[in-house]
Every structure is written in C-alpha cells, then in structure tokens.
Design a protein around this ligand. Structure first.
Ligand code: FES
Length: 569
C-alpha cells in the first residue's frame, strides 16, 4: 500500500510551518465541500480532465468523468475532478504544439502538488493525450488514461466522410473548382456528427492507440466511439482499477519502459499512424529516462507489418477498426513481435491481457499478421545533407511514384511567404518541382505548425495535379496525406541546411535509400547559411511562455519537449 497523500494524512501539506494546522485547515476546507470524516480516510483519486467548450474533441469528457467517479466510489475511493489546460486543434493559435509542453507541465505539477493518491487522465484531441502522458510519467503517481474516442463517421451524398482526411481532400477539390460554394458549405455541416476526436488514423487516434500499446490504458480503449455506451463502461472500469493500482503501488515508471515504448512504436507503424506520434513518443521516452532516437523508429517500421487499412493511408475509419477488434486485435496479431512481458495498468503483462483476445474480426480492416497489407510499417526516417539529424515521411500515405524523385526546388521562406505566393498564377512551378517550406520548425514556427502538407498551387490543381514532393521543418496533421517530408532537423531557424535551399536547386528524395539530398556543394551550403543569418525573434517570443519556449524547446528528433523536462535520473 503506497498511499501517502489522502486528505487526513500529512503528505503533500500546504506549508505553514505547522503540520497540524495545515492538516486541520485542509480537512476543514474538504468538509466545506461536503466531504465527511469517512470520506477523508479514503484514497483520493484525482481526475485530470481536459474537458473544454473550446475543444470540440474533448467536449464530452465531463460525462466520461462521471463514469470514472462511479467506478472509484464502487471500490472505496474518493474521486475529485480537476481541470487541466485543454488544447483544441482548431481553436488554438498559432498551433496547439506550441502549448503541448505547457499542458504537460500543468498536468505534472498539479498531479504532484495536490493531495491525490492516483490519477485518471481524460484526454482526446491530438496534443491533450501526449501532454497528459508526459506529465504523468514525470509525476510518477499511479495513473490510468481514458481517451475520449472517435466521433461518429459523417456521410455526404452516399459517401463516408473521414474527419479530417476528407476535409482536406474536399477543400482541395473546392480550390480546384470541382466543388461549388453550396457544396462545400453542405460538407461543412456534415463532417462532425458528434463529440469525440477525428475519425481517421490522425494524431488523436494514433496517440490513443499509442497510450493503449504503452499499457497506460485498459485494453480496448482507443477505438470505442465517443458516443458509444461502451466508452462510459470502459471509463467506469478505469475508475475501479485506479483504486487497486494505488494499493499495488503500480506507477508509470513500472509501465513506461523501453519494452513498452518499443511496443508503442511497433503499433504506431502497424497502423500507419501519425508522424506526430514519433515526436510525442520521443518526448515521453526522454521524460521516462529511456534512450530512444529516430533510428529506432525506422528499424521498427522496417520490421513491422502494416496491419490497419484506415484513412489517410487506407480505406476505413476508426468505426470499422472498432468493429474489427480495435487496437487489442492489432496487438494480438502483432504479439509475436511485441514485448509480451511489458507491464500494463491492469497489473498484468501485455501477453496476459491478450491471452483471451481474438485476433482480427474483419481482415479487410485489420490484416492477419501472415497476410499484411504491406510487409513494412508506414513510416520512414530519412537522413542526408538536408537533414543531418533526421526527417520523417509517412510513405504509406504518399504517392508511390514520387518516393524516388529529383526535382527543382520552389522555396517559401516562411508560412506568410507561402500563404502569399503559393497560389500566385505567376509562380514558376511545375508538377515535377519540389515545394520547400523554411522556418516552420519548433522555434521558427513557432511550435512546428501542421503546415507541412504545403498546398498544391492552384494552377497545378486545375491541371489535375494532386500530389508533389514537399519538404519542410514543419509537422503535418495525422489526417493529412501526400509525399511530404517533415520534421527536418536541425530546423532552418537554428541554421539547419534547409535554410540554404534556393529556388532552382535540385533536391533528391530517395525513400528506399532513406536519403534526402540537396545537390549543392557543402561549402556553398555553409556559405548560404552564414549569409542568411538567423531570423529575428518575434516580439511575442521575447517574454513569458514564448520566451521559455524559444529558449528551451528541443528539435524534432528529440521530441520538442523542453530540455529541462527530461528525466534527470
Ligand atoms: Fe481534435 Fe482532430 S481536431 S482530434
């Protein structure tokens, strides 16, 4: 029994220099909320809730929290819900990634500071899941995560709408003149049918899957649809389970290990998950003190079969993945390659959890391991003189013919420059060119906005072009697609070689050789970088959180966490 922080004991007291007074005051304030002497003797379960009306994807989490509370009460705990920062992808400027680390710090410090014996983490939208995992790993108090689940699949004119893969696809058709204003307005009203996160294997679905593969959720968490009553029953189970985790002293440091991180990477590759999952897993691993680098992702991706046929790289959505058995079925199929001895929040190992689980229930959605959709996972890591510290591509969502390609660079020096010129009819660009975006990385963005899927210039859209090679130091939404090289490190804003690319240079992409090359002499690259100088820092980044971010955020190959947040063990 590892309890130390309940409301009647002396753990985590407010400092007044008189422990008895602090205890008396805490009990008095707790009673002021209607708690009784009996309640004060019970283990306290914090429910870290990222519910917000400014975050569509998490807008149902109060109902989920109520289900967690039922479970906690059934097992003799006291549930106390508290808010954390919430990051809704479409409601945050400049980009939610800029604030992920702030949410991770909020989560960590509130878990650490408050008198709670264990915590249930409620997350959903893209950054809320990794931020809570990062915070929980650093706080290392017994923790179980419940994600919000995907929303209902939208329909338009007899076709499924994948949020948000089809948001992008249909917007591109609107830009190309193939959809009119009335039609795009109709789509706008049909894309999001319920609460919950995006319906495809975007970052939210990928990170929910990663959390399950890490062992930080109960089995079957990731794919249960948000409006499904099974989501509430799952949450109640998690509420029951956390009380016993406290009794067992089962903490994140016993669950998030090298073995479980490798399991999570393997699942991410097998589902062709979001490239953002790479950044977040690097950050989680560093907080857990686990050595991990981009080469681990490339090795595991090469070894892992592609098992999920889910958009943006496949045909289906999370609803069908749920019918096919969810992430448990993916893990059952992958079991021979997983670290089966890895511990999970159930108090059992991955292998024990999966013992009674069937494999795939629909092999058109989740392939059997002996008949995968591809023999390799969906992610590749590239190196070369353009990306000495690495870059990534989700080749499963790319155009196969473009995976080996050399083209002339068309350079945009910033997001503003891109927005101003990309659709200019006078832009000198052909379908064979390589679109290059600079200064959109962790510092240059700031926060690495999801701008890596550079829009295809309108004049090429009108010619029927739908994909080109695009490279940047930005990220890309997990729901996006195309031949898009991302996360180039070091980024342009710190003097990475990406800064040296000029219009007309030849850029070579060689995914099978895992290379990205700028065909310019090394001395010329160095000369251009020196000549360019580093961009002046935006006034918003000279004080407050912006300053902290600019001073301490790490590059993409390290997970973009703050350097001071890494484990010091
Ligand atoms: Fe929240 Fe897609 S916008 S998950």
């Amino acid at each position: 029994m590892s309890r130390s922080a309940d409301l009647s004991q002396r753990g985590k007291l407010t400092w007044y220099g008189d422990a008895d007074f602090s205890t008396f005051m805490r009990r008095a304030f707790a009673k002021g909320m209607g708690l009784t002497d009996q309640d004060l003797e019970k283990p306290v379960i914090g429910i870290a809730n990222s519910w917000s009306e400014l975050n569509h994807c998490n807008s149902h989490l109060r109902e989920v929290a109520a289900a967690v509370k039922r479970g906690v009460l059934q097992e003799g705990g006291i549930p106390l819900e508290f808010p954390t920062i919430s990051l809704g992808e479409l409601f945050i400027s400049p980009t939610s990634m800029f604030l992920r680390n702030l949410m991770a710090m909020d989560t960590e410090e509130m878990i650490r500071a408050q008198p709670i014996d264990g915590v249930v983490l409620l997350a959903g939208c893209d950054k809320t899941t990794p931020a809570q995992l990062m915070g929980a790993v650093s706080a290392d108090v017994p923790a179980v995560m419940v994600t919000g689940g995907p929303m209902l699949t939208g329909r338009w004119r007899g076709r499924d709408l994948g949020a948000c893969t089809d948001c992008r696809r249909l917007w591109t058709e609107y830009r190309a003149g193939n959809l009119n204003q009335d039609e795009i307005s109709e789509v706008e009203g049909l894309l999001f049918r319920s609460h919950g996160h995006c319906t495809v294997m975007g970052t939210a679905s990928s990170m929910a899957s990663v959390a399950e593969a890490l062992g930080m959720t109960l089995p079957n968490n990731a794919a249960i649809p948000a409006p499904d009553s099974a989501r509430l029953r799952h949450a109640e189970d998690a509420g029951r389970r956390i009380v016993h985790m406290i009794e067992e002293g089962l903490r994140p440091s016993m669950i998030v290990t090298r073995a479980s991180i490798e399991n999570a990477i393997r699942v991410l590759c097998a589902i062709a998950g979001s490239t953002n999952g790479i950044v977040h897993l690097l950050a989680i691993a560093r907080r857990a003190g686990i050595p991990l680098d981009l080469a681990d992702f490339d090795r595991i991706s090469r070894e892992s079969p592609l098992l999920a046929n889910v958009k943006p790289s496949g045909d289906y959505q999370m609803a069908e993945l749920f019918e096919a058995g969810g992430i448990s079925a993916v893990m059952k199929e992958l079991l021979p390659q997983l670290n089966a001895e890895a511990m999970t929040v159930t108090g059992k190992t991955v292998g024990e959890n999966l013992a009674g689980t069937p494999g795939t229930l629909r092999d058109d959605v989740i392939a059997r391991v002996d008949k995968p959709f591809d023999t390799e996972g969906g992610l590749s890591v590239l190196y070369g003189n353009l990306a000495p510290d690495g870059a990534v591509i989700k080749h499963a969502a790319a155009t196969p013919a473009l995976l080996q390609h050399t083209g002339r660079a068309v350079v945009f020096t910033s997001l503003e420059d891109m927005a101003r010129r990309v659709h200019d009819p006078d832009l000198d660009v052909t379908p064979q060119d390589v679109l290059v975006l600079q200064n959109a990385g962790p510092i240059g963005g700031p926060g690495m906005p999801e701008a890596g899927m550079i829009p295809i210039p309108k004049k090429l859209l009108e010619q029927g072009i739908r994909d080109m090679v695009r490279i940047s130091d930005a990220r890309m939404s997990g729901t996006a697609f195309g031949t898009v090289v991302l996360h180039i490190a070091p980024e342009a804003a710190v003097g990475g070689p990406l800064l040296a690319v000029r219009d007309g240079d030849l850029v070579e992409l060689d995914v099978s050789g895992r290379r990205i090359t700028l065909h310019v002499a090394e001395e010329e690259i160095a000369r251009r970088v020196a000549e360019s100088g580093l961009p002046e820092r935006d006034p918003q980044l000279r004080r407050g959180y912006g300053w902290l971010h600019a001073e301490h955020v790490t590059q993409a190959n390290h997970g973009c966490d703050f350097d001071f947040a890494w484990s010091i063990a």
